[in-house]
Ligand binder design. Structure first.
Ligand code: UD1
Length: 387
């Protein structure tokens, strides 16, 4: 049985780590009645800086990608088209039984779209791979987000959809996706988190940054927050304000750094006494910082989930979230970008009255093995039908 997994951007690598481990565990069990899985990893090259990519493969012990499409950065259309063009011959050559795509980045839709239309030449066996979407069904209902378009379209053309929370099932059913395609597996990103939590204590990032406790941690990279000068300026002023209450550590995403420099805002941050800027950090260093922070400020998707599991209050600078369970059950506050509201919520958190939250159902470190078990079962059922 051959599975091909696609990884393109930073958050994909964290999810791929869990799947790759689950495949290894399956193969190691080596039961007589079970099939061996051949796992091919394709890196699209959407993220390419060492700090955004290779470092994650090394630290998370993900096998080196078998194929790198080296698509790089460009406009959405060019990036998506480049990945599609380079991926088609790879798919035709490798002919996997399953194509696994994760999350909501451009690589996710690009590769699933190629697979949906491919026809393997010859007339033996299946004519295209089963398309598997891991982290399906999430919806922000905000079509101005490129990720929302990617999520919606990928789900539409997927054959097996693995959801992380029950809201995913409701969204998919409402969109007319057949119930039998939907599987509640849990959250592969949390598999990786749990797997590496102990190792984070070996991180030397605290010493390197000469960290004083307590501190808050910041990440910003959504185009709606960082691509518009007035919005970015307002958020930076707000961070400066917050830094008078709490020291802030801010690992800066490349998109955000480019814009801070372009809009002349970088110096204001650099000169601030109580804000420390860093380059993008490795997984273990970042997780160490999340774990020991008493406040998270972010516009990321995945960090809303990680802070929920770690019980760290998270202020999300977005008007919507595709991960409502983090607000309903977890420690997430969906605040938007109004400085007054942000400061009010942060004051509440710093006064010790923040949400304590609880861990959502099935975020238990075993999502990857549930997914692989379902794929094996699907493969065996198809084989039985043929024979
Ligand atoms: C992408 C994903 C987003 C995810 C984020 C995590 C899409 C539509 N967006 O956004 O969902 O949350 O990754 O990081 O797929 N750049 C570098 N080095 C790199 C990668 C990017 O310098 O290794 C710079 C490029 O100049 C590029 C910019 O960052 O223009 C943005 O990169 P891109 O891949 O287009 O989107 P992200 O903002 O990273």
């Amino acid at each position: 049985m051959k599975i091909m997994s696609i990884a393109g951007a930073r958050p994909n690598f964290i999810k791929l780590a869990a799947l790759s481990r689950a495949v290894d565990d399956h193969n190691r069990q080596n039961r007589v009645d079970s099939v061996h899985i051949d796992h091919i990893i394709v890196h699209t090259g959407q993220h390419y800086d060492r700090k955004m990519s290779r470092q994650f493969f090394e630290e998370l012990d993900i096998p080196k990608p078998d194929i790198n499409l080296e698509a790089g950065s460009s406009s959405h259309a060019v990036q998506t088209a480049t990945i599609m063009q380079r991926f088609e011959p790879v798919l035709l050559e490798q002919r996997p039984d399953f194509l696994v795509v994760v999350g909501d980045v451009n690589s996710t839709i690009a590769c699933s779209l190629v697979a949906a239309k491919i026809v393997y030449p010859g007339n033996s066996g299946r004519t295209r791979p089963v398309i598997v979407h891991v982290e399906a069904g999430l919806r922000s209902f905000d079509r101005s987000m490129p990720e929302e378009i990617n999520r919606f379209l990928t789900d539409r053309i997927s054959d097996l959809l693995f959801i992380t929370e029950q809201s995913g099932r409701n969204n998919l059913l409402r969109e007319g996706i057949a119930e039998e395609k939907i599987h509640f597996a849990g959250n592969v990103m949390i598999d990786t988190l749990q797997q590496h939590l102990k190792q984070t204590e070996k991180s030397t990032i605290g010493k390197q940054l000469q960290l004083n406790y307590p501190y808050g941690l910041v990440t910003l990279h959504r185009p709606s927050n960082v691509d518009v000068p007035a919005m970015l300026e307002s958020l930076i002023s707000c961070l400066l304000d917050i830094s008078r209450r709490r020291q802030l550590i801010f690992p800066v995403h490349p998109r955000t750094l480019n814009n801070l420099l372009r809009f002349g805002l970088h110096e204001r941050l650099e000169q601030a006494d109580n804000i420390m800027l860093t380059p993008p950090l490795s997984y273990l260093d970042f997780l160490y910082l999340v774990r020991h922070a008493d406040l998270m400020i972010t516009d990321s998707g995945g960090i809303q989930e990680e802070t929920t599991v770690l019980g760290i209050p998270c202020v999300t600078l977005r008007e919507n979230t595709e991960r409502p369970v983090t607000v309903e059950k977890g420690t997430n506050y969906l605040i938007g970008t109004d400085p007054e509201k942000i400061i009010k919520t942060i004051d509440l958190i710093l006064s010790g009255k923040g949400k304590k939250g609880s861990v959502p159902e099935y975020w238990d470190g075993r999502a990857g093995s549930r997914i692989i078990a379902t794929l094996v079962q699907t493969f065996q059922q198809a084989q039985n039908k043929v024979s």
